[in-house]
Design a protein. Structure first.
Length: 133
């Protein structure tokens, strides 16, 4: 028996099939979320399939957005701007129904990650989703 792939290779293929109409930025964020998720659950570790656990900072860094180190006001403002960009993209993905917050009642604060359910197998994107902000 061959080795089973556990990262989101199948999720990326499904996203490419069903979500090809997204803008470049949205597609890149969705694909990054998919590659970070599991195709198959790992119940022994408490991990579900099709869930993104990586957080907004991981997406911002993966996306190549500025993320300067340091506690100075300019660095903090730059990081905040990068996070705003990622949140805007994720909000558009939520509106298009490509992802959803897995635990909407959970309070998220700096240093904690929101958990997203990837809905890439839900079918084609709705008409007009490429025109979302």
């Amino acid at each position: 028996a061959g080795r089973r792939r556990v990262t989101g290779g199948r999720l990326v293929k499904r996203a490419a099939t069903h979500w090809y109409g997204l803008t470049n930025a949205r597609w890149r964020v969705l694909a990054t979320m998919c590659t970070s998720a599991l195709d198959d659950p790992k119940p022994d570790r408490g991990l579900e399939a099709s869930m993104y656990y990586g957080g907004h900072e991981y997406l911002a860094r993966s996306f190549g957005l500025a993320w300067p180190e340091g506690d100075d006001p300019a660095s903090a403002a730059t990081r905040a701007g990068s996070l705003r960009n990622i949140r805007k993209i994720i909000a558009a993905l939520e509106e298009a129904k490509a992802v959803e917050v897995a635990d909407p009642g959970r309070k998220v604060s700096p240093g904690t990650s929101q958990k997203y359910r990837l809905l890439v197998e839900q079918g084609s994107y709705p008409p007009g989703c490429a025109g979302l902000p």
